[in-house]
Each structure stands twice: as structure tokens, then as C-alpha cells.
Design a protein. Structure first.
Length: 303
């Protein structure tokens, strides 16, 4: 239920951070082409394997397909490139990062390509998600991915994918924290037997360094969180993670601190009572911190 997230882990520290995470007991790693640190993450994995800390089959490695590679002819080549960067033969889980198709960018020209073209503009591409999903299914057929799934998708789009999917999405990864609880979406996914993974479990805290916290009070200082932490003799971060995992939602926190690495992994060592979960859930204000519409109004996938 607790994976190590690689978003915002710098290239210079990534190999060591991944190695230390595995050494601390993490067996699930959550990466993406867009994070720009796949090669370094793979170096950390390789070191851990070479030292006998873990075997490849004991790890569960997730990565994601970026927006510029949604066309059928681009899905397999970029997946193979990403596997090469990691230095592995398959992904345990490969997700469509966003239900947004952008104009193709040759990886030899720029990788990761990010959101904008060479002139700083967003260039959309008319590739339907059905085409992309069909290519994702081929990754499973050919052994490049064990499982496939979706990220940043709302309910109507998930239901649409199910109408044509030959291989069902196994996982839905979405922003989810007490300021954005997404109860209806979680209930839908559970009803469809799609596992849910929450990113940004600490809410605004993860966006401070990007100046994207929107001025919201840190969840780590909210009474409902700090009082539960005090009662259970845990950290506020552990309470936030447990609020999710106790409800069957996986989490992907990251930390460069060895102590916090272990604390996050141990978030399942206690139980919140029903009243504590309700108080934390009541903090919901539908605050979405990762919204592509703020890049370009044509990317308003959550409208």
C-alpha cells in the first residue's frame, strides 16, 4: 500500500535515494517519463540488486506514458526507451499519465518533452484515448508491461474506456488528500475493481517549492491531523498516509530523509478510529493542486 514516489526527486540524488528507499524496505517504486530521473532511478535499483538487497521480481516498478506519445505508433518505442533508461525488461505497471494527447516530440530532440513546444506553446494532437489504450494493451501482450492503468481520469472517461477495453485498467492514480477527497471517484473505482493510488497525499506541502500551494494551510498543521497524531504518537505525515491506506487507497510519498523514509513506510502500524477519519475527511474543500487547465484552458480535463 506504500510506494516510494519519484516525482521531484532530483537527478543528482535519485540513484542514492532509490537505493536507500529499497534498503529501508520499499518494494514499490512510482516513476514516470516526465519526471526526468528514470536513468538514475534505474541505477539505484541496479545497485540494490547487485548488493543482494532485493531481486527484480520482488520489486513493483510503475512508470507512465507521457502526453506526446499517445499515438499508437509512438507508445511501444517510448516504452522500450523508458525500460532502457531503467535498465529493466518490463514495468509491473504502466499508466497513461494524463488523458491529454499533445503533439509528438522526438525523444532525440527533447526528453522529457514536457508540456510545451520549442516556442513555449501547448500543441494538442487529435489522438483518441481508445487508440492509446489499444497500444497500451499491446504492451501487455508483448511483455513490456504486466499491468496497465489510468491516471488523472474522471469517472465518465473511465466508464468510456471500459466500453472498448480488452484489458481492463488495473489501477487509477489520482490526486487525493483531505482537501480533495474524491469520494465518488474512489467509490466508482472500487465498484469496478480498479485499485486506487493517491498522489500528493500531503496536499499543499508537496507544492510549496513549486509555488503552487495556492496559499492553503498546510494539512500537517490542521487540528484534525495533529490531534490524531498526538493520540497515536505518530507524525502528522503518518496520519495523512494512514487516512488513505486504511480506506484501501495506496500512497506514493517521497522523502530524501532516512528517518521519514522509514516513518512513511510504517504508516500502517496503527488504526485511526471512525471519528478521526470523519474529522479528517471533513477538511475537504475540493482543492485541486495539479490542474492542467492552469497551463492552458484547453486542458481542462477536470471541468
Amino acid at each position: 500500500m506504500v510506494s516510494f514516489g519519484l516525482w521531484k526527486v532530483t537527478k543528482s540524488t535519485c540513484a542514492e535515494t532509490v537505493y536507500q528507499a529499497i534498503k529501508a524496505g520499499y518494494r514499490l517504486l512510482d516513476g514516470a517519463g516526465d519526471y526526468g530521473n528514470e536513468k538514475e532511478a534505474g541505477e539505484g535499483v541496479r545497485r540494490a540488486i547487485q548488493e543482494g538487497i532485493v531481486k527484480r521480481e520482488e520489486l513493483f516498478i510503475t512508470s507512465k506514458l507521457w502526453n506526446t506519445f499517445h499515438a499508437r505508433e509512438h507508445v511501444k518505442p517510448i516504452t522500450k526507451k523508458q525500460l532502457g533508461l531503467w535498465g529493466i525488461d518490463y514495468f509491473d505497471l504502466f499508466l497513461v499519465h494524463f488523458p491529454i494527447a499533445l503533439q509528438y516530440v522526438d525523444p532525440d530532440h527533447r526528453y522529457p518533452p514536457e508540456w510545451f513546444d520549442d516556442n513555449g506553446r501547448v500543441q494538442l494532437q487529435n489522438t483518441p484515448l481508445q487508440e492509446t489504450w489499444g497500444a497500451m494493451e499491446e504492451l501487455v501482450d508483448e511483455g513490456y508491461a504486466k499491468n496497465i492503468g489510468l491516471s488523472n481520469c474522471n469517472g465518465s472517461l473511465i466508464l468510456d474506456v471500459l466500453r472498448y477495453a480488452r484489458i481492463m485498467p488495473q489501477v487509477l492514480q489520482v490526486e487525493l488528500h483531505p482537501y480533495l477527497v474524491q469520494t465518488a471517484l474512489v467509490d466508482l473505482a472500487k465498484a469496478l475493481n480498479i485499485a486506487v493510488t493517491a498522489y500528493s497525499s500531503f496536499g499543499p506541502q508537496g507544492y510549496l517549492e513549486l509555488s503552487m500551494d495556492k496559499g492553503a494551510q498546510s494539512l500537517l498543521t490542521r487540528d484534525a491531523i495533529t490531534q490524531a497524531a498526538s493520540k497515536h504518537k505518530k507524525t502528522a505525515a503518518q496520519v495523512l498516509l494512514r487516512w488513505a491506506t486504511q480506506r484501501g487507497i495506496a500512497v506514493i510519498p517521497k522523502s530524501n530523509d532516512a528517518v521519514r523514509l522509514r516513518e512513511n513506510l510504517q504508516c500502517d502500524s496503527f488504526e485511526l478510529d471512525e471519528d478521526e477519519i470523519k474529522r479528517i475527511t471533513a477538511l475537504n474543500i475540493n482543492l485541486r493542486l495539479n490542474n492542467p487547465a492552469e497551463i492552458d484552458p484547453r486542458l481542462a480535463i477536470f471541468a
